[in-house]
Design a protein around this ligand. Structure first.
Ligand code: ZN
Length: 124
């Protein structure tokens, strides 16, 4: 994986990936829960949906909305093993290491934090 900043800049050039944004309701949810809780949710989703060698329903396991972390997963191409492979050369068919899971979680929360800052700039 490249650095978070490099990856976020590369994703910003993708029409599909850059079409995801946190809505006012998403931002209110993040603010209500706090980033520590959001990070724990991200850890759970990554462990359940991405970490197994062959995730259940791979390619369709991440809803398009319903939780800010789901949007972050699509926006960062961390939504399924196919996208992780295509964007970050993460090998298919093997479980994700703890280290890689932590890096993905760090990346998801960085995207959410950026969105929170953008939202606050735009709507205050
Ligand atoms: Zn995907």
């Amino acid at each position: 994986m490249q650095t978070k900043e490099e990856a976020l800049d590369r994703l910003a050039k993708s029409k599909f990936r850059s079409s995801f944004h946190l809505t006012a309701a998403d931002r209110a949810y993040v603010e209500e829960k706090g980033m520590d809780t959001i990070r724990r949710h991200a850890e759970d989703f990554v462990r359940q949906k991405l970490a197994p060698s062959h995730p259940v329903n791979d390619g369709k396991q991440t809803p398009m909305h319903g939780h800010p972390v789901f949007k972050a997963m699509h926006a960062t191409a961390c939504c399924c093993r196919g996208c992780l492979n295509k964007w970050y050369r993460v090998p298919l068919g093997v479980p994700l290491s703890e280290d890689l899971q932590n890096r993905i979680v760090g990346f998801l929360t960085a995207w959410i934090e950026r969105q929170m800052e953008d939202g606050n700039r735009k709507y205050k």
